[in-house]
Ligand binder design. Structure first.
Ligand SMILES: [Zn+2]
Length: 456
């Protein structure tokens, strides 16, 4: 009898062993958290996602050939423990705390910390991908419900057709009276519906040097404002929503920065969120060192030119004048120099960057408006040469430098692909080309993103 009991224990233990060889996805749930290889995954990409070495993944899973990674293969990720199930990633939502993530993903807080190998709540920042484990949900959906002022967990339970004890258990309280006023609690919805969209979203996370991002508040709000590392981000009304479009300076040091947003929502709640946000590298290469007339670098006149441009872009249309993606401003977009390249002048440090995109003369000299807007500057400048600046609204501008001919006037309305000038080599330029610049919220950003993405 005793022998039999030991045998049963041994059998039970043996089924708890982690799978060390890759297996194809089965209906039976795995014991350790596993990652299922997705189309487009590579071993290096998976290693990067989980911040482990590719060699360790190969070793732990006994992969025969690391170059062949079949879709749907289950991989044990070394060092990732804390819960059973299928590993997934999800971006951190604005204002979300570790407790809220744990609640809505049905994980113990301790498991969430273990899965992410994190020890402090401050390590959950905007732009971070949170590692989660999807457990069997049995057709249930978990929603976050915000407690109203003076609402108890019992009130919320009745309102949401839940038992008080289920609410207490699912929200990882020991007692129902531990609830803090206005807290967000999880509600199990048995008739699973699609989860409603977040009220506030930040697009294109994580932020990257020289890239454009936007903030959308899906509510009729008053006095919305935001700052990124104390730089103000301006909001505009768009079809009942509040929208901000902003750029990250291409020279901004990578790392975590304070992000703040506040507004009063349609229910007159004052919303205030402070969170750290990640800025990643744009991976811009270094141009060969450049030699220019030293007087043009520090000249008072080029300083004055910066002030002129800053003054022009400080006033702008609060109406969105463009629609959809931007168009190439030349007929044949042959790129001579990309945006963001690091530049060193006269042997100095690489502390300058290319703030626009240089397009050479390939088919003809035509320069077109990249999108609908209003001309706010058209004239000669010392460094930029014959320059045109178009206001597209919402703090978005396009600039066209070094032209031989300007064909528009200040105040003129232009439409996308309208002829506005001719390519030249006026100003600080070494040969005929169009320097095309895009500015969002006062920051020069990569113009190509505006051709590929319809902002906001
Ligand atoms: Zn240029």
């Amino acid at each position: 009898m005793k022998f039999l009991r030991i045998l049963i224990v041994l059998l039970l233990l043996s089924t708890r062993q982690p799978a060390i060889s890759p297996v194809i996805a089965q209906s039976e749930p795995p014991r350790l958290p596993v990652y299922i290889v997705q189309p487009g995954d590579s071993l290096n990409l998976i290693a990067l996602k989980f911040n482990v070495s590719a060699e360790d993944i190969v070793a732990v899973n006994g992969l025969p050939d690391p170059n062949i990674l079949q879709v749907n293969t289950q991989l044990v990720i070394p060092g990732i423990t804390g819960a059973e199930g299928i590993l997934s990633f999800e971006p951190l939502k604005l204002g979300e705390t570790p407790v809220q993530i744990a609640r809505r993903s049905n994980l113990l807080l301790n498991s969430l910390y273990k899965l992410n190998r994190i020890t402090s709540p401050s390590e959950f920042f905007l732009g971070a991908n949170i590692i989660l484990v999807n457990q069997e949900s049995e057709g249930q959906e978990r929603h976050l419900y915000k407690l109203q002022p003076n609402e108890s967990l019992l009130d919320a339970a009745i309102k949401n057709n839940q038992s008080l004890w289920q609410m207490t258990f699912e929200n990882q309280y020991n007692y129902p009276w531990q609830v803090i006023p206005n807290e967000k609690v999880v509600v199990i919805n048995k008739n699973a519906e699609a989860a409603s969209e977040e009220t506030v979203s930040i697009e294109n996370l994580p932020l990257k040097q020289g890239k454009t991002s936007s903030i959308i508040i899906r509510d009729v709000v008053t006095n919305p404002s935001a700052t990124l590392d104390n730089m103000p981000i301006d909001f505009y009304d768009l079809e009942g929503y509040s929208v901000a479009i902003f750029g990250v300076n291409a020279l901004k040091e990578t790392g975590l920065y304070p992000f703040h947003i506040e507004y009063t929502d349609s229910a007159q709640n004052k919303i205030n969120v402070d969170q750290l946000i990640l800025i990643q590298s744009g991976f811009y290469p270094k141009d060969p060192p450049l030699s220019v007339d030293p007087t043009t670098l520090e000249a008072e006149s080029s300083q004055k030119e910066e002030e002129i441009v800053t003054q022009i872009i400080s006033q702008h249309s609060t109406t969105k004048l463009w629609d959809g993606v931007f168009q190439w401003p030349t007929d044949d977009p042959c790129i001579k120099s990309a945006f963001g390249n690091r530049r060193s002048y006269n042997g100095g440090p690489y502390d300058h960057y290319h703030a626009g995109l240089d397009l050479g003369v390939c088919l003809n000299l035509n320069i077109y408006a990249a999108a609908d807007g209003i001309v706010v500057f058209a004239g000669p400048l010392e460094v930029r040469g014959n320059a045109t600046i178009i206001d597209h609204g919402f703090g978005v501008f396009s600039g066209y430098w070094h032209q031989s001919k300007i064909l528009v006037e200040v105040g003129q309305k232009v439409t996308a692909h309208q002829l506005i000038g001719e390519i030249g080599t006026t100003g600080r330029s070494t040969g005929p080309h169009l320097h095309w610049e895009m500015i969002a919220n006062g920051v020069s950003v990569n113009p190509i993103d505006w051709i590929e993405t319809s902002f906001p």
